[in-house]
Design a binder for this molecule. Structure first.
Ligand code: HEM
Ligand SMILES: *[C@@H]1O[C@H](CO)[C@@H](O)[C@H](O)[C@H]1NC(C)=O
Ligand SMILES: *[C@@H]1O[C@H](CO)[C@@H](O)[C@H](O)[C@H]1NC(C)=O
Ligand SMILES: *[C@@H]1O[C@H](CO)[C@@H](O)[C@H](O)[C@H]1NC(C)=O
Ligand SMILES: *[C@@H]1O[C@H](CO)[C@@H](O)[C@H](O)[C@H]1NC(C)=O
Length: 357
């Protein structure tokens, strides 16, 4: 079942606006994505090995010297066709690394005997364009250097390029990751953050992957692009708690604006809202400035600002985009080292969607 192929992203933009006390307008585009797949989370992992010492910048110098250029060409073409690709790929990279380590386990298709990672219960949200850009990159590589480049490295390099192409920082990628031999939906739950987690829960989860509080805040800046489905933020905008109808930490006008595309009754489960309401498709630090104004979309986004453990980092990244970029790049390199397999572990997959026969 090819639920992850997102061939014709249907864009249904509805321009809404609301004026706040200061007569500022915000534009919120709602978008419908007709083909979707899922994500997941899971528990207990001993996959926190940091592979920095063994990964290397010139790993493919002999076996595939043009690896970076080949991937870059595919990725830029794909981004022109589907601007949503960058966010989709970035989210997949994150999920891949948090579940079984960065080993492309998220790309494996389910079989009759194995329900794979990407078909975990929380799976209505893994974006088809993200899968597609990785599969296309790998197919291009196979024409020039068959069997050389792992899917895990493809994900890492392609994601780096996409972030940079939509305005974000660029960093050098160390290579030599091997593809995993395990992809199980049951390993997802518990390894991924959820919108109802507390900051303490998020910190422990990130720590368990070798990432600091600072890494976590910087990486959350990924929400400067991409979308969330209504159900992820609806508890904030309807019957929040016994005292407040709308989450009081949320800009009230913003919350009301979100109600029309996300009605309580007859909700269309495919409707999504931009994660970054002020510059949704550009990788910048507006996400952090939004948090200072109560314009965070997810409860966990907004809590990064309100919680004293993370507040200071939010402020410094809101103030200076270069600081955000530096921390983000450093944290992405660390994220790309989580649980990597090297040497003779795992394999180099021929087709990223399937274990080698
Ligand atoms: C800190 C805890 C985090 C939580 C609770 C969280 C939660 C979510 C949720 C609920 C969505 C919406 C999914 C949907 O409805 O389709 C989302 C989207 C996204 N997340 Fe996160 N996330 C977190 C951290 C991260 C990190 C660390 C990254 C990457 C480094 C990331 C990258 C993204 C991207 C790019 C999207 C947009 C995907 C798209 O438009 O297709 N998130 N996140
Ligand atoms: C690998 O290739 C890069 C780029 O061409 C070059 O800068 C580097 O020196 C090479 N490394 C080795 C060990 O040949
Ligand atoms: C997850 O994907 C499977 C197919 O792989 C599908 O049957 C199921 O309905 C999906 N679940 C959700 C919540 O979308
Ligand atoms: C968070 O939500 C999930 C379902 O989305 C639920 O299973 C879980 O119990 C909730 N966790 C907390 C801490 O409320
Ligand atoms: C409702 O939420 C607010 C803000 O999170 C909190 O201060 C308040 O105590 C909550 N009220 C109830 C009755 O739970």
């Amino acid at each position: 079942m090819m639920i992850w192929r997102c061939k014709d992203n249907l864009l249904v933009p509805a321009l809404l606006h609301f004026s706040m006390a200061k007569t500022i307008f915000f534009f919120l585009m709602m978008m419908m994505i007709p083909c979707i797949t899922g994500a997941g989370a899971s528990s207990n992992n001993n996959d926190n090995r940091v592979g920095e010492e063994l990964l290397s910048y010139d790993f493919y110098n002999k076996s595939c010297p043009n690896v970076e250029r080949i991937i870059h060409n595919v990725v830029s073409q794909k981004l022109l066709e589907s601007p949503t690709t960058a966010a989709g790929a970035l989210r997949l990279f994150f999920h891949d690394c948090f579940v079984e380590g960065c080993d492309a386990s998220v790309l494996i298709a389910s079989s009759e005997t194995n329900k794979a990672e990407r078909d975990a219960e929380i799976n209505e949200s893994l974006p088809g364009d993200g899968f597609d850009v990785f599969f296309r990159s790998k197919r291009a590589l196979e024409l020039q250097c068959p069997g050389a480049v792992s899917c895990a490295d493809v994900i890492t390099i392609a994601t780096r390029d996409l972030v940079n192409l939509v305005g974000g920082p660029r960093w050098e990628v160390q290579k030599g990751r091997r593809d995993g031999l395990v992809s199980k939906a049951s390993r997802v739950s518990g390894n991924l953050p959820q919108v109802n987690h507390t900051i303490s829960q998020l910190i422990s989860l990130f720590n368990s992957k070798g990432l600091t509080v600072l890494d976590m805040v910087a990486l959350s800046g990924a929400h400067t692009i991409g979308f969330s489905h209504c159900k992820e933020f609806m508890p904030r905008i309807y019957a929040y708690n016994q005292t407040f109808d709308i989450d009081p930490t949320m800009d009230q006008g913003y919350a009301r604006t979100l109600r029309s595309p996300c009605p309580k009754k007859d909700l269309d489960p495919l409707v999504v809202a931009f994660n970054d309401v002020s510059s949704p498709t550009t990788f910048d630090n507006a996400y952090f400035r939004n948090l200072q104004k109560g314009l965070g979309l997810l409860a966990t986004d907004q809590k990064l600002f309100s919680d004293p453990m993370t507040h200071g980092y939010v402020s410094s990244m809101a103030k200076d985009q270069q600081i955000f970029f530096n921390y983000f790049a450093a944290a992405m390199i660390k994220l790309g080292n989580v649980g990597v397999k090297m040497g003779t572990d795992g394999e180099v997959r021929q087709d990223c969607g399937f274990f080698n026969p």
